[in-house]
Design a protein around this ligand. Sequence first.
Ligand code: AHR
Length: 328
Amino acid sequence: MMRKIISLLVLTLLACCIICSCSSDASSGDDDLIVVGVSQVGAESDWRIANTESTKAVFTEENGYRLLFDDAKQMQENQFSAIRKYIQQKVDYIVVMPISEEGWDAVLQEAKEAGIPVIIVDRMVNVDDEDLFTAHVGADFYLEGQKATEWMTEEFADAEEVNIIHIQGTIGSTAQLGRTQALEDALAENSNWNLIAQLDGDFTQAKTYEVMSDYIINSGTRPVIDVVYCENDNSAFGAIEALEKYGYTCGEGGVKVISFDATKQALELCMEGKISFEVECNPMLGPLVKNVIDTIEAGGVPSKYQYVDETVFTPDTVTQEIIDSREY
Ligand code: AHR
């Protein structure tokens, strides 16, 4: 009889162990850590890598968090899968850096039904019901574009014609939509600005180098280019590489390259004069996202929309000190 009871106890214990190890509940650990599931777009740019590092730096065990991180490799379907997995795992919060604005309603509805707050970071989502997310932390991309076009208006105030090449970022992303809209609005106001090409650089150096080179090679006669409006730094690196390869000079007396992000490497090119106007886009958003979660944990309500302050640089204003103190 005793033997039977012991075997039963052992079996029950074993069953419990199996059930526990199969459990997909991420918050089932015996610690009090807050579980945060992050779905990051990818690693397409230096900006993105800095954004990932900033996120990983705050959601540490020492700070009271367990971080689950997924790199979607620039594919929205991968973001959907990661979010659905986080819902199954019953994480406490979901943080999403969305690749593009459209297509989020269904998956965010699932998160809402599961009672998991979602924080949108960097780019935005275009959803029917804004209650599908708790807060957005990011940049005002249209304002960034306006800063660039205001500089162009002053810089080319006396020019008869201004030939512009526009290198767009990932199509449908808020960063692309805002920066593109600002340029298109300025084009409508300046009849002497000619958009001679609009190319898809997908925010990467390699793609931009390729499309810029193809454009120059296939143009027949060597095109007169006054401005290349690049929607991020890695695009600017690719554009400068291609322009120089095909005999153009970038900077004073040559092609004026405009860029967004203001990474350390871009500021160095700005100081050299190869980038004429640099609009800052701040990727160090981790602490702001942590503030949102800390506010909720303390029983408060975070502001729904939080924009970061950003500045601009020209070869005249950027200094070695600024470059040395740059975090990204
Ligand atoms: O959404 C922010 C943009 O995405 C940055 O400008 C760019 O570098 C990144 O890939």
